[in-house]
Ligand binder design. Sequence first.
Ligand code: ADP
Ligand code: MG
Length: 649
Amino acid sequence: MAAAAAATGAARSQLNKGRSSRRLPVARVRVAVRLRPFVEEVGNPSESSCVRGLDSCSLEIANGRNSQETLKYQFDAFFGETSTQQDIYVGFVQPILRHLMNGQNASVLAYGPTGAGKTYTMLGSPEQPGIIPRALKDLLQLTREEGAEGRPWALAVSMSYLEIYQEKVLDLLAPASGDLVIREDRWGNILIPGLTQKLIASFTDFEQHFLPASRNRTVGATRLNQRSSRSHAVLLVKVEQRERMAPFRQREGKLYLIDLAGSEDNRRTGNQGLRLKESGAINASLFVLSKVVDALNQGLPRVPYRDSKLTRLLQDSLGGSAHSVLIANIAPERRFYADTVTSLNFASRSKEVINRPFTHKSFQPPVKLAPKELMDPPEAKRARNQEELEDGTGSPESSPSCPKLSPLKQLDILEPAVQERLLNLDRILGSRGSQGTSVLSTPRRERTALEKALKEKDSEIQRLKEKYKELEAHRLSQKSMELENEENGSLAPLHPPPSQTVLMTKPLHRVAPFQQIQEQTTSQDNQVLKKESRKRKPEPGGQREERAEGLRAALALLQMPPDLLAESRRRILGLLNTGSARELRRLQRIGEKKAQLIVGWRELHGPFAEVEDLRRVEGISEKQVATFLKANILIFAAQCYRDFPRKDP
Ligand code: ADP
Ligand code: MG
């Protein structure tokens, strides 16, 4: 069949989703992780695993930085080593196909390092067919039924197959055609003029075009995989519909099935020269994809589709009214560890650090030999069971003589204050729906770990609060001193600076609450802080010492809990992305010139993806960004405290 421009459908798709989809709420990208089993040809079978599934949505991985901790990730679905091709297809992909019949778009993307199972998941083998053959079979069946004689719509299915290699779009059904351009019509539909499009009426038709084209794919050898894919393979299946009776409407749904190129780190694959260049291009595309998925899932106003060929192509099928699923493929072998963590971070922007070592056998700490251990073994065991029951750390199930306790009964043996806290925590977690797990029904040992974490958090919060109060008291006293000086028309302080002891003995309730820090810092008064830092006049030794002390406290504060830090950064980013030049000037270290530069950059490039992107603004140096962050995080953290007041423990 002659090459048919993909553009042909464009003009008649006026009734299509193009424009209207833009008005619909942007759809989230659903994310699943698939852990493949150990594969002999890929790894050393004696290697141990560093990943473990927890339930149908979450998994944990050893924390490379701290062997006492694991990192827990939560996704829309998690498919473990024993999951079958059918499980993934039925659980995650099949449900989106019906949307194509309504003229909506969909996409399925397999992400992950080379060797982690992307091609297996998408394509599979004749014995274990993957998503592509299964989806094609179902879609063809569905269209046969929906388009049967006597039904209101006539349907036609067509396919195109392309690859994106080093940011070039190549037609795998017509390899000679060279780099193709991606265009957008005035209804927002993305199309590739000149891309071959083959009508397929049966699965045999599909195979006839698909199999030889697959062989045209650019493959190269890296140290990781003999037939490593260096390009993104994109199979496009279009379902076009024509109404058989007036008003003879037409609609079109597109399905993208994508086997992405490997996301591995260049340094690890030992790639050089052309391979390194390939990886660079691949990673640039994957980098933008991660930003796009992030922006969609966070509901950011600007989604950087145009920053890479891959995302530009997917613009009308990722977000909008489209239904998109991403399957992050990971491998269990330890040597994949770094890439696995990168893939998991790409797939999920949130993770939790769990305070327990990663081990396959048990989380139980080694039992110390106590005098009881020197008793007769059965007696010793009984005594230990009794002791464990009393301190709430043992496992009654392990002893046949010990009756199993209900979760609430186990709660009884805890201190009343701890009981109360657990019940509160349980309520909070319970109110988070499926994301939360009931603390009361968690195993005893994990509950103990939770309690411990809770206590640590409490003391951390307390420590931080005290630091804030100390700092604020210090700042207020500095300010009042300056005001007094100004009133007295004197530059040098008339009174000696208040000593640390004085600050500490001030009743804490007289110290300004956190909201005042924010109000003051966001009001013009805030300039006092700036003036302070600009005045480089010699100052008395005591005052200088205090400033140094204040600075030390500020630096200590920067080691704040990760969630507070993250929230603080998020807010700074929000202001950077939405604030007017005037609002931006309220930020520490941002004067009129920098505010203008930021606004200008934003107009040109869209919002900042992260605060560090300030570096990209011409005229703002990396060093200035670091100083900016230090100065503002503190203030925003105080604001977070104001917004989410925590009860004193
Ligand atoms: P990628 O496309 O990510 O480079 P592959 O799909 O080629 O990885 O998988 C690498 C190897 O692992 C292949 O031999 C493949 O058959 C095997 N494999 C991957 N996932 C699974 C799985 N879920 N079950 C069994 N074998 C798998
Ligand atoms: Mg592959």
